[in-house]
Design a protein around this ligand. Structure first.
Ligand code: EPZ
Length: 429
């Protein structure tokens, strides 16, 4: 298994370009199942999760052709099946996003029940509540969930007990081909939800209100495809990847400029970086963050958008672990998203978990150590800590990082980091 070796102490300086958002590309790829028309997607990030979703679409009978780097032609004219194999759902929870489109397009959908993962139980009750409200019969047995609707889904009013991102997305995709209007109340407002709505409308759907708590979908009989034949769609830039690079600049006392971002999507991250003492400049599609010699402590509470994103909690906690003062980090979205804390403590961080909160007493310096990633954001946090730790840090289980970060090592090295990826010497048998 590869590992990442990073030697701390270098101040970063330079510019990096954000790639398209993993959490926008995944639902948009799933949405291509809704139409037999050809879809063209641009700038898809070449990360593991996108490859997994493409593999799943291929197994469902979708034809995917790469026209040039990052530009794909996707055609779901004749679907081969309506079942998402457990193996793929187990690998990537976001595979569950094919349920809504399959149900709407074929009247059937079967997927392995996604289990929990490193950050929490991750239930799907709200997804199923929405499908049932639209008229689907749901059956749970043998570790699989199957949904079916005799005839067509019917528009309905759905209240989400929690503004779940993928539940909002799954229900929105199912509703787009339903008969009548669907209202999703207490919907997630994340930019990735808005991007999916824009893509559905690009295909001929009628989705309104995305980005607010109430989304209205007027069902259509079919999605005819882009109004301008052949028009391509580019997902929004990845705000979490951009935030991760900004923290890399600040934690090292250097600076990083991230281009090709939507500054509004980074508002909470920019606010917290400023509270931590960073100088942050926001321009049209570019954000530059420069770190102080040592960051200041501040408190962070993760919340649904537009609150501070849970996916930035681990990277930001790495920054606070070397801040001057004591910070409190409260994780309100997932119930077990502090697995990185034990690894940071092995590097000398002083963090105590008390329920949903982590009390972080900033230390002057961390020391490099072998550490293991437990999920992609925790992995990124350990790399960030390694950038500032004394000596060498070896991050193991880097496959987690490959799921959602495109060339993290190469791009940090280009910013001046002493970092490299090491593949173990082949075991001579
Ligand atoms: C999406 O996951 C993202 N994944 C996650 O990113 C992100 O952390 C999360 O939203 C929160 O922003 C994708 O978009 C592919 P949720 P999702 O449903 O939709 C509860 C990353 O690192 N809930 O908004 O699965 C759940 O228990 C990943 O890129 C229910 O109770 O998150 C959790 O406490 C990690 N019932 C809360 O909602 C449900 O049916 C938030 O989950 C669904 C969710």
């Amino acid at each position: 298994m590869d590992c990442i070796r990073v030697r701390g102490g270098r101040r970063l300086g330079g510019t990096v370009r954000a790639v398209a958002a993993k959490n926008a590309a995944l639902p948009i790829l799933a949405a291509t199942l809704l139409t037999g028309a050809t879809c063209r997607l641009r700038e898809l990030p070449p990360i593991q999760d996108v490859a997994t979703m493409m593999r799943l679409l291929g197994e469902l009978g979708v034809r995917l052709t790469e026209r040039e780097a990052g530009e794909w032609e996707i055609e779901a004219r004749d679907l081969a099946t309506y079942e998402a194999p457990y193996e793929l759902v187990r690998q990537m929870r976001a595979s569950f996003l094919v349920m809504g489109p399959l149900l709407a397009r074929t009247g059937r959908a079967v997927a392995g029940l996604p289990g929990g993962c490193a950050i929490g139980v991750r239930p799907i009750d709200l997804h199923l509540k929405g499908f049932a409200a639209l008229g689907a019969e749901i059956d749970l047995a043998h570790g699989r969930v199957s949904a079916r609707v005799p005839g067509r889904l019917r528009g309905a009013h759905v209240y989400l007990d929690y503004p779940s991102v993928t539940a909002t997305e799954n229900i929105m995709m199912a509703a787009v081909l339903a008969e009548g209007t669907t209202t999703i109340e207490n919907a997630a407002e994340e930019p990735e939800v808005v991007d999916l709505a824009n893509f559905l409308n690009h295909l001929g759907g009628r989705v309104a209100g995305a980005g607010t708590r109430v989304v209205r979908v007027e069902g259509v009989r079919e999605l005819a495809g882009p109004s301008q034949a052949g028009a391509a769609y580019t997902p929004i830039p990845d705000r979490i990847e951009a935030g991760t690079f900004l923290v890399a600049g600040v934690i090292t006392g250097g600076w990083v400029a991230v281009e090709n971002v939507v500054p509004d999507h980074l508002a909470a991250i920019v606010a917290k970086l400023r509270e931590a003492g960073a100088a942050v400049e926001v321009e049209d599609a570019r954000v530059v963050a420069e770190g102080p010699a040592r960051p200041r402590a501040t408190n962070v509470k993760t919340l649904p958008y537009p609150g501070f994103p849970t996916d930035m909690q681990a990277p930001f906690l790495a920054l606070l672990s070397v801040a001057q003062g004591t910070s409190v980090v409260t994780e309100t979205v997932f119930e077990n998203r502090f697995r990185h804390v034990e690894e940071l403590k092995r590097m000398g961080a002083r963090i105590d978990i008390e329920g949903a909160g982590a009390v972080v007493q900033g230390v002057e310096r961390l020391t490099g150590a072998p550490v293991a990633a437990s999920d992609l954001r925790a992995g990124a946090a350990l790399v960030l800590a390694g950038l500032v730790a004394e000596g060498e840090t070896e991050v193991l289980e880097v496959h987690h990082i490959d799921r959602g970060y495109h060339q993290l090592v190469e791009r940090l090295a280009a910013l001046g980091a002493d970092i490299r990826r090491v593949s173990p010497a082949p075991v001579l048998t």
